[in-house]
Design a protein around this ligand. Sequence first.
Ligand code: V47
Ligand code: SF4
Length: 373
Amino acid sequence: MIETIAEKVHAGERLTFDDGLFLEQHTDLHTLGELANHVREKLNGNVTYYNVNQHLNPTNVCVYRCQFCSFRADLKSPKGYVMTDDQILQRARDAHEQGATELHIVGGLHHQLPYEWYRDIIKNIHDHYPELHLKAWTAVEWDWFERLTKRPTKELLADMKSVGLGSLPGGGAEIFHEDVRSQICDYKADGEQWLRVHREWHELGGKSNATMLYGHIEKPEHRIDHMLKLRELQDQTGGFQTFIPLAFHPENNTLGANLPKPSGLMNLRQMAIARLMLDNFPHIKAYWQMLTINIAQVAQSYGADDIDGTVVHETIYHAAGSDSPQAMTVAQLRRLIEEAGRTPVERDTLYHEVVRTAPAERDWKQGRRLALV
Ligand code: V47
Ligand code: SF4
């Protein structure tokens, strides 16, 4: 069976659900890596992309109670926060001064804040820093905006696009299959709604990302089903840029009580299987905050061609027990890529190469400017 799969991969043929299950259940890590690396190099050569970005989570107050979430807070909880307009703009200014090309903006679904609050965040930042690409609000948030406003998501997407929304992040996908989703994040947007929002955004000409949360109660068949649903939508719209497998972190959440931390082996296996199943996704991203720096480095030989990113102000994974550092400088990122024998290429959110002519990144820790090349 693995010979048939290997033949298909080398011929550029599509793998089936059963092939995916075979890879999950009967294929060793070394073989997975070899096959995934073949696809990765065919699609992206020896390049590993990275970007200079920051994260912004304007509130952690959330009406939902996803079992895996360590970030959220109740409305009245002392842990809950809502950033002011000034704080938000200050963070955008910091990102801009650091030379960031992207702000990744997601947060909780606040019980009392209206749609306009989320919209104005995008408008204000875009009005002040139009060069910053705003990758904002997951499909779960868009579904919430629809519930709040009773206006269709497509209209809301177009509305926010008109004031500066650049693209959609891939969060909130978790596992689409209802058997799993109903146990880990009941009530919020279901798999169909998640896919619908991305479809609508693609129809508006936008690009987006996709994720999958693994390493909890899901089974291999749920993971393959999840990826095939994404592959099907991508066949129709071509709007996805990158897939980011996300390993479940068990600290400070209800789901994690009896579950171990993700293993390096599992992380590499999922990276490779994603590269093999998602043949129409141009990129597979290693999110080092979630994987650790060491695994992100190795992942470049297991299908990943993209490393996200400088990522200042990460909170979701640190709340859930990640012991990765809070941020990396460009110099550190490039070294991590070069040590793996790859060629680092800075990209913007839409995968255009960024060519810098002057030192542009301020080392946020030490307050000095660093040359990028
Ligand atoms: O949707 C939440 C996941 C996601 C935990 O689009 C957890 O470029 C593991 O989507 N353990 C948010 N995972 C992060 C995300 C993302 C990250 C980097 C890049 C992009 C992109 C998107 O994090 C959530 C959820 O699936 N998550 N809690 C946890 N305890
Ligand atoms: Fe809320 Fe998102 Fe956390 Fe779910 S994952 S509880 S929607 S902040």
